[in-house]
Design a protein around this ligand. Structure first.
Ligand SMILES: *Cc1c(COP(=O)(O)O)cnc(C)c1O
Length: 385
């Protein structure tokens, strides 16, 4: 999808999103069109816009921007990441089977197990860092593979190219949730993905002030099908929020650079702390996905998890944090820490959670863009208390 005539780098495309698109006024910041409906010039004639659920000028600029950044044919934005995923899942019929990463956002697990399973769409959860395990989970009725990489909350790294080959060989729709890395750091369509999913609430939005989601389809036919589902079921992103997300995208490269620049030293610091047993960050050389990550991604992102020595240490740390907030979510400029077993992943049954390693000693940290010294000082005082 050619939004720019020049061959610009992603950083420039981000900054320039929406610029030059408002032909009537030349506004640099593309305007918000809070109009539910649009006047028709005559019968059978349209300005290109009829009704906002179907299409809105602000949303169109955002959707085209996201498709352009990802290298896809069509972008669609939704009221949340879960709205985007749920709309995608509506593509499947009763009897269809999905293969899904087990190191997965808890809400995705919940919607599949508690809603789509009831409608006859079932899922198997596999270790997607293990190609053989994914291959072994394929059944005759399997229709799609949904991968999150790096995984949540354990940051496992899946082989995007290997999984792409597997999907092609078995005719599976290949879906990648790229929320943790964004198109700046990881480009799933280049590895054969058919659809990229985002919770734009996270890095794309980046300020903890917006809830949004996106789907980007590689091929036109799939884009049309997803648009049909979006327009029919209506979980669209409102124009005001589309504008805020466009505004946020302009600084994505700067923000992400700083998140990453902070995350590696924080991971190293935690790794040397006497109360920390293990640190999960793909940027650490000892991380099992480190080499793969170097090959397939342009960076390691700003998310890490760590296991402390006792449940009491985890609880006390959360209580004592001052700069870092104990809160769900991730990818915003403010550092946030959470206890996945109790918060983000509470809907995963305990036995499965423990099997995965999501225990009450595991903390997840979304490293913000504050001064590195301040983040480390807060961790130091909270862990030592
Ligand atoms: C947060 C998140 C989601 C869900 O998105 P919402 O915007 O909260 O609905 C899906 N996938 C991942 C990886 C997430 O982190």
């Amino acid at each position: 999808m050619a939004v720019f005539e020049q061959d610009l780098k992603l950083e420039s495309r981000l900054v320039q999103c929406g610029v030059g698109r408002d032909k009537t006024t030349g506004a640099i910041s593309f305007p918000i069109y809070p109009s539910a409906t649009f006047r028709h010039p005559g019968v059978g004639e349209t300005t290109g816009f009829d009704y906002t659920r179907t299409g809105n000028p602000t949303r169109q600029v955002l959707e085209e921007t996201l498709a352009d950044l990802e290298g896809g044919e069509r972008g669609l934005v939704f009221a949340s990441g879960m709205a985007a995923l749920s709309t995608l899942f509506l593509k499947f019929d009763s009897g269809d089977h999905l293969i899904v990463s087990r190191d997965l956002y808890g809400g995705t697990y919940r919607v599949l197990e508690q809603i789509f399973a009831r409608l006859g769409v079932t899922a198997s959860y596999v270790d997607s860092t293990d190609l053989a395990a994914v291959a072994a989970a394929i059944e005759p009725r399997s229709r799609a593979l949904l991968v999150e990489t790096p995984g949540n909350p354990l940051l496992g790294v899946a082989d995007l190219e290997g999984l792409g080959a597997l999907c092609r060989a078995h005719g599976l729709l290949y879906v990648v949730d790229n929320t943790f890395l964004t198109p700046l750091l990881q480009r799933p369509l280049a590895f054969g993905a058919d659809v990229v999913v985002y919770s734009a609430t996270k890095y794309l939005g980046g300020h903890n002030d917006l809830c949004a989601g996106a789907l980007i389809a590689r091929a036109p036919a799939l884009g049309d099908e997803l648009f049909f589902l979006q327009n029919s079921t209506g979980a669209i992103l409102p124009p005001q929020d589309c504008w805020l997300l466009l505004r946020s995208l302009k600084t994505l490269a700067l923000r992400l650079g700083r998140h990453e620049a902070n995350a590696l030293p924080v991971a190293r610091w935690l790794d040397g702390h006497r109360r920390v047993e293990q640190v999960y960050y793909p940027g650490l050389p000892q991380h099992p996905g480190h080499q793969l990550s170097r090959r397939q991604a342009q960076g390691f992102g700003g998310m890490l998890s760590f296991r402390v020595d006792a449940p009491e240490t985890a609880r006390r740390t959360l209580k004592r944090l001052r700069l870092i907030s104990f809160a769900e979510s991730l990818g915003g400029v403010e550092s946030l820490m959470t206890l996945p077993a109790v918060q983000t992943h509470a809907d995963i049954p305990e036995a499965r959670r423990l099997e995965l390693g999501i225990c009450d000693r595991l903390l997840r940290l979304s490293v913000g863009i504050e001064a590195l010294e301040d983040i480390i000082a807060d961790l130091a005082q909270a862990l030592e208390g």
